[in-house]
Design a protein around this ligand. Structure first.
Ligand SMILES: Cc1cc2nc3c(=O)[nH]c(=O)nc-3n(C[C@H](O)[C@H](O)[C@H](O)COP(=O)(O)OP(=O)(O)OC[C@H]3O[C@@H](n4cnc5c(N)ncnc54)[C@H](O)[C@@H]3O)c2cc1C
Length: 416
């Protein structure tokens, strides 16, 4: 039976980050990935300045990917373009197709000394209430810490209680790679008012992220707080959005079948004796924009650093860190998800927000994941204040969420 210090389930950004940092601190790391050959995660491929900062820290060179200088936000007839600000994070983003990006981050983990096992982990192994390793086929690998980095809705995470908090918002999103005459554009475009074939607003958020090689990543996402979420058809929404932006972007036909997946935003247990969950498995996706690569990279690092400090206290220390550094922002964002779920109200508020440079900067801070408890900006302070006011309405907001979980798999399957 193999015995390692850290076993990591999943080699997405969260798992590869955890494996890299743990291996660099001298730990013996076994990294399990079920689909290294041709893995292509459904994603917008957008790297925020926050993600770029974390990749620099990790030592990953992303210069091969298309550089992004700022964000363009559309709401109804209003449109605003802003450059990433100089500040706590680099003033650049990028669009990094996941098949290539994930391979690059995985290679960083292997270079650091992590051992890759190209196998699916059947389940974490539990002894006397503590996770003591992972089971692959009939083999058990024992580990002092199991890092669950297996993404959204994975059985391994569910088994340990890292399940969606009932009544909390979650998202579904779909993306397509599409030829475009404007693939060299240096702005990510986000549209907060997606229209249906009849021109009426449909609940959802659309994006076009230029990848720089003749291709753009086009997608739409929807939150469970949106009206009619249970009737949502991601393919139809994507078609509508592509029709809406097709001319401006010179879009052709998708090069492959669009792919959908879920966006977890709040899970019950993120750690326990012998294990921690990181990235999507811990529900770390921003409800404002569906972005989570940055949080995945960061949470992987936190888990590894806390393990290096004290393997005995890692799970409690990790939970405390998430509670302090991430939960306040995520709690506020989940409250605002209720507003995002009402397209007309959202359009009205965005109309105001997009009308001045000052308010637009607030939108940018939120949309670019520039806010956290460490980097206090005016947008962060205003958002936190708004969140506190809205917390009074928590019971009403929770009742207004559609449960709609039963047919998630059907929606995703229908989009494959
Ligand atoms: C359509 C869409 C668009 C998005 N756009 C963006 C965006 O533009 N920018 C952004 O920052 N975020 C975006 N996100 C969110 C982002 O994709 C996730 O937050 C991010 O991938 C989380 O990384 P992760 O490592 O936690 O999980 P994942 O990337 O899902 O990686 C999990 C890994 O675990 C492996 N695995 C699972 N189970 C097992 C097992 N039992 N054994 C072994 N291996 C296993 C999987 O194969 C996978 O490789 C988007 C999401 C969606 C659905």
């Amino acid at each position: 039976m193999e015995h390692v210090d850290v076993a990591v389930i999943g080699a997405g950004p969260a798992g590869s980050s955890a494996a890299t940092w743990a291996a660099r601190s001298g730990a013996r790391v076994a990294l399990f990935e079920k689909s290294t050959q041709g893995r292509d995660k459904s994603c917008g491929d957008g790297l925020t300045p926050r993600a770029v900062a974390e990749l620099r820290r990790l030592g990953v060179d992303i210069s091969r990917f298309h550089r992004i200088d700022g964000l363009r936000v559309q709401a109804g007839t209003k449109e605003r373009e802003v450059l990433w600000p100089d500040g706590a994070f680099p003033n650049m983003g990028a669009v990094a197709p996941r098949a290539e990006f994930d391979a690059l981050v995985l290679q960083t983990a292997l270079d650091a000394g992590a051992q890759l096992h190209e196998h699916s982990v059947a389940e974490p192994v539990i002894e006397r209430g503590r996770v003591i390793g992972v089971q692959v086929g009939s083999e058990v690998t024992r580990a002092d810490l199991v890092v669950v980095a297996s993404g959204a809705g994975s059985p391994a995470a569910k088994m340990l209680g890292a399940t969606r908090v009932e009544g909390s918002p979650f998202g579904l999103a779909i993306r397509a790679y599409v030829p475009s005459t404007k693939a060299d554009d240096r702005h990510m475009e986000a549209c907060l008012t997606v229209k249906g074939p009849d021109g009426a607003l449909v609940p959802g958020y659309g994006w076009v992220f230029p990848a720089g090689n003749g291709i753009v990543n086009v997608g739409v996402g929807a939150l469970s707080t949106m009206r009619n979420f249970s009737q949502l058809n991601l393919n139809t929404m994507l078609d509508s959005y592509m029709a809406q932006v097709g001319r401006a972007w010179g879009l052709g036909e998708p090069v492959a079948r669009p792919k959908a997946w879920r966006l977890p935003m709040h899970v019950e247990n993120r750690s326990g004796p012998g294990w921690v969950a990181v990235g999507d498995a811990a529900g770390l996706v921003n409800p404002f924009n569906g972005e989570g690569i940055d949080y995945a990279l960061e949470s992987g690092r936190h888990a590894a650093e806390l393990f290096a400090i004290n393997p005995g206290t890692v799970h409690a220390a990790y939970d405390a860190l998430l509670a302090k550094e991430y939960d306040p922002f995520f709690a506020t964002a989940r409250r605002f998800a209720w507003v995002i779920g009402r397209p007309r109200l959202l359009q009205f508020l965005l109309g105001i927000a997009l009308s001045t440079g000052f308010t637009m900067e607030l939108v940018l801070d939120i949309m670019a994941n520039l806010i956290d408890s460490e980097h206090r900006s005016l947008a962060g302070v205003l958002l936190a204040g708004g969140g506190r006011v809205m917390s009074v309405f928590d019971p009403i907001l929770q009742r207004s969420q559609e449960s709609g979980t039963s047919d998630i798999r059907a929606k995703i399957e229908a989009s494959r």
